[in-house]
Design a protein around this ligand. Structure first.
Ligand code: BG6
Ligand code: MG
Length: 220
């Protein structure tokens, strides 16, 4: 049975995935590297330096590490400007009712975001207190698609992976969940998120009864 639901943040609980996209596309544009929403699907869930490397590789650019650090920092400054004014109004519809139902059912709530800005975003959204455990992205050595982050959250919650559901909008994140041995719920387009056990267009459409039914058969 399902004893924990571990959420991604950007693109699952709020639309910050769009701000990451805007900041990366501005940077790519400055570097003269073509970058569109299709490229961005590969970047979702991928950590900051990994994302920068993807863009540099796409442009065939090789830069020394101090220049890479500067570019990553510039992207982050831009991203933080874009999210400066987000508030509880930016939380996707349906998140509060879903969290309430999970709490009533005694199911733990975790966060597995690759973002070093996650704690700040949770604060702005006013939902920090809802989580039983929030992963520290800075302490994760192997980013998504590696399963480390989801496994770290499950361990901190004290719940074996086979009793956990992960909720993700990214391809890298779904891989991370499945390789962790958890059930995977995708948020987004069914045609894109083909590896997920269930897919909903938005978090507000997540059918918790259907998700909890997953726990009645072994994860694939
Ligand atoms: C993930 C996003 O949640 O966090 C990525 O999907 C982002 O787009 C990554 O690059 C790292 O975020 P940050 O805030 O640490 O640069
Ligand atoms: Mg995401």
């Amino acid at each position: 049975s399902i004893k924990a639901v571990i959420f991604d943040l950007d693109g699952v609980l709020t639309d910050t995935a769009e701000y990451h996209f805007q900041a990366w596309s501005a940077l790519a544009h400055k570097l003269g590297v073509p970058f569109d929403r299709q490229d961005n699907e590969q970047l979702k869930g991928v950590d900051r330096m990994g994302s920068l490397q993807f863009i540099l590789d796409k442009g065939g650019l090789q830069l020394p590490s101090d220049e890479k650090d500067m570019l990553a920092k510039a992207k982050n400054t831009h991203y933080q400007q874009l999210i400066e004014n987000i508030s509880d109004a930016d939380l996707f519809e349906g998140v509060h009712p879903l969290f309430n139902r999970l709490k009533q059912a005694g199911i733990a709530i975790g966060l597995a975001s690759a973002s070093k800005n996650a704690a700040m975003v949770l604060n702005k959204l006013g939902i920090s207190a809802a989580f039983d455990y929030v992963a520290d992205a800075a302490a994760i050595r192997q980013g998504k698609p590696h399963p480390e982050i989801f496994l770290t959250v499950a361990k901190a919650l004290g719940i074996p992976a086979q009793h956990c559901v992960g909720v993700e909008d990214s391809l890298a994140g779904l891989q991370s969940i499945l390789d962790a041995g958890m059930y995977a719920v995708g948020i987004g387009e069914k045609q894109l998120l083909t590896d997920a056990n269930l897919v909903y267009a938005q978090i507000g459409q997540l059918d918790l009864d259907e998700v909890l039914m997953l726990g009645r058969k072994a994860p694939t």
